[in-house]
Design a protein around this ligand. Structure first.
Ligand code: ATP
Length: 512
């Protein structure tokens, strides 16, 4: 097993052991790609959501929130294109009976070529140092040039065949000699389209029931409420509507833990602008969203933009913010310039006018839209996988530590009496009862204090506050920092201010 696979397994088992994430319906052997959040996971998820909401809604005068229903009129999905075009091409391996996304099989193949290119680039970079020009190197080095051209030819053919001829996707898989990772065989079925929406029924009796879909994205709830929000809040362009909520997709290949789930949560914002201004706002939102990510301090090198060469039918530009997950760089967030496609479609399908009236120019038009869309669960995985590490200590032992950004940690501090006697638990409880009004904190008096520190490290608690005999003399406690393991003594009445300075989202969000 590779280090990468080991690390990923470790993340999944740590998430379970410390009450972050459980497999859904585990006692019935689980439900594939559906997960439950445990006692700590729920709070981490809430904290990520709050951090997003604060930066998108609370701090922007011209962005407001919405909470639209999961069940919506079925025509909405016809208008948005999801009924006809929200498909993935699937292919089965006849021997293993495993199902794959045909495009992903080819993309994985291309990723291997890409990693060969990156390897050569890295080698050359360290050889030539400052004088190294990456683009020039790719163009002139015969081997790398060959890889590069091959990669582009494959991707071009994949895109064309996905649009025009699914049988050619199969031919491509055969020509590239891609084998099923499970059976090792190249015994593939034909490629078929598969709609990702979950269907359900509204109504009591079979014959009168209406066929509905569980929403595959939260965005459409925003579009169909565009005028409700605009009029009731007298919003002027440019302005945004944000919402967080569940979305459902019957994903064909749902592996990689909470990276790709069948039931997940999105945090989306649709920003409405005047036609012609979309390019400028698209660039602004790309920058703003990257800054939000960087504010969490998880390393600039772990993010990159990936512009789409081929954009969806509704967009005129699209880019992903990719994050370095344990299995490589993958999409974390999408930023799309969606034109006026959605609002126009809803105008046509509903027969109702969905236009913005510009009082200055005395004219009505359909606004253009920039969308920022991030999966809450995927963000959770980014934070959790980045944070989990094993550190070697000076005395030769090691500790497992979850270095969650403290603004997101579910438990901000743990109050630990050094001993379970001499009045120390009483003072600790008093501190606990005072701080719990402002922070989610815990109290722990079991085991030796060193073991309690380790447990809090693994849980991701950024601060441990220890009450000892000196506390009784001078009202001070030690406060231990999870990451540096440094301890300092502060007065009890300074704890609240100390934590606030370290944890307050204002300080974090202003970092970038
Ligand atoms: P992918 O290419 O990974 O399937 P997508 O391009 O279909 O994603 P969007 O429709 O743009 O994704 O959705 C916006 C965001 O929602 C994604 O960037 C991702 O963070 C999240 N997301 C999408 N599908 C899933 C899923 N099945 N499970 C968890 N998060 C998801």
């Amino acid at each position: 097993m590779t280090n990468q696979q080991d690390h990923f397994k470790n993340i999944i088992s740590h998430a379970k052991e410390y009450g972050y994430i459980f497999q859904s319906s585990e006692i019935y052997d689980g439900l594939s790609a559906v997960y439950d959040y445990g006692q700590n996971g729920t709070i981490l998820k809430n904290n990520i959501r709050d951090y997003w909401w604060k930066s998108m809604v609370q701090l922007n005068e011209n962005i407001v929130g919405l909470d639209s229903a999961i069940l919506m009129h079925p025509k909405i999905w016809k208008a948005s294109g999801h009924v006809d075009a929200f498909n993935d091409p699937l292919i089965d391996n006849k021997d293993s009976k495993k199902r794959y996304r045909a495009d992903v099989l080819v993309e994985d193949y291309v990723a291997k070529i890409e990693s060969k290119i990156q390897k050569e680039v890295k080698k050359a970079n360290s050889r030539y140092g400052e004088n190294f020009n990456k683009d020039e190197f790719i163009k002139t080095n015969p081997r790398v040039k060959q890889y590069y051209e091959r990669k582009n030819i494959i991707l071009k053919r994949l895109n064309t065949s996905l649009e025009n001829d699914l049988s050619d996707v199969k031919s491509l898989i055969e020509e590239l000699e891609i084998a099923c990772p499970e059976s090792g065989s190249r015994n593939w079925t034909d490629v078929k389209q598969f709609n990702l929406m979950f269907g359900t029924k509204l109504g009591a009796s079979e014959d009168t029931a209406t066929e509905l879909y569980l929403r595959p994205e939260t965005a459409q709830g925003i579009f169909v409420n565009f005028l409700n929000v605009q009029k009731s809040n007298r919003m002027k362009l440019p302005f945004g509507i944000a919402q967080t909520g569940k979305a459902f997709r019957n994903e064909i290949v749902a592996r990689q833990f909470i990276f790709r789930m069948r039931e997940f949560e999105q945090m989306e914002m649709q920003f409405f602008v005047k036609p012609g201004e979309q390019k400028e706002w698209y660039e602004k939102w790309k920058k703003t969203r990257l800054s939000w990510h960087l504010s969490l301090g998880m390393g600039q090198d772990n993010y990159r933009f990936h512009a789409h060469e081929k954009v969806a039918h509704y967009a005129d530009a699209a880019t992903d913010i990719q994050f370095r997950f344990p299995f490589g760089f993958k999409e974390l967030e999408g930023i799309h310039s969606r034109t006026n496609f959605d609002l126009s479609q809803h105008e046509e399908f509903s027969g109702k006018k969905i236009k913005y009236f510009d009082p200055e120019k005395n004219e009505s038009f359909i606004p253009y839209v920039i969308e920022t869309s991030i999966g809450l669960d995927r963000m959770f995985l980014a934070v959790f996988s980045w944070a989990l590490c094993t550190e070697k200590l000076e005395d030769g032992s090691s500790r497992k530590v979850l270095k969650l950004p403290s603004v997101l940690s579910p438990i901000k501090a743990s109050i630990l009496p050094l001993l379970k006697k001499d009045g120390l638990p009483k003072i600790s409880k008093e501190i606990y009862n005072d701080l719990k009004w402002d922070y989610n904190i815990s109290y722990d008096e079991k085991d030796a204090v060193g073991r309690r520190y380790r447990r809090q490290d693994a849980l991701g608690t950024p601060f441990c506050i220890t009450v000892d005999h000196q506390t009784k003399e001078d009202n001070t406690v030690t406060i231990r920092d999870r990451d540096s393991m440094n301890q300092e003594r502060i007065l009890i009445n300074e704890i609240n201010g100390y934590l606030d300075k370290k944890i307050n989202s204002k300080n974090w969000l202003q970092k970038n």
